[in-house]
Design a protein around this ligand. Sequence first.
Ligand SMILES: N[C@@H](CCC(=O)N[C@@H](CS)C(=O)NCC(=O)O)C(=O)O
Length: 219
Amino acid sequence: MTLKLCGFAVSNYYNKVKMQLLEKGVPFEEVLVWASQDEGHRARSPRGKVPYIEVDGRALAESSVIAEYVEEAYAQNPLLPRDPFERAKVRELVVFLELHVELVARRLYREAFFGGKISDEARAEVEKELPRGLSALVQLARFAPYLAGPTLTLADCAAAQHLPLVTMATKRVYGRDFAEPYPQIAQYVKAMNQRPAAQRIAADRKENAQLYAEKTARK
Ligand SMILES: N[C@@H](CCC(=O)N[C@@H](CS)C(=O)NCC(=O)O)C(=O)O
């Protein structure tokens, strides 16, 4: 049965899983589902978030858990190295990206992308914490040419979605790109954007952005 990827194409977490599926060549069907607290949605994704996947009528939430499932269920084009320590190094990158980069930068999104305003306190905290997260990431990343070394891994599927938003959000909120001290980040994002998987994701995101804007305006 075809794996169903549920969510919407503007979501970077959704696109992280989508990139993995495309890069591995796993057949999947996309199902448009908005994040919501509806009971039906929460029955599949308990915090009302996206993405989740459906396999044989069973649901699985949390992008990192989904990513691990996909690696185990589909052996082709592996995105985790064989060596246990190297596998753990890829997971370390994914965790740093999520905890110390995405979740910090995310506090800016309301002001950067949704016409809201963030508190002075949040603004100051992100200004302190995000450079630390980026510096930690750059310390771990190899950019050779991929994040974990010579081959594409799950860390790239995450980074290709998370890193561009750091640049966009910090430029909008602070008027400067917090990733600028690390030119390797911009170079890497540019190279990742050339990949056919990334190009499809960008085209789908653009198409979904209109619908998403209409939906947000109706709220
Ligand atoms: N930890 C979750 C985060 C997913 C997430 O935050 N998704 C966003 C869309 S990018 C969402 O559903 N937001 C709606 C909400 O938080 O209510 C994962 O890795 O899947």
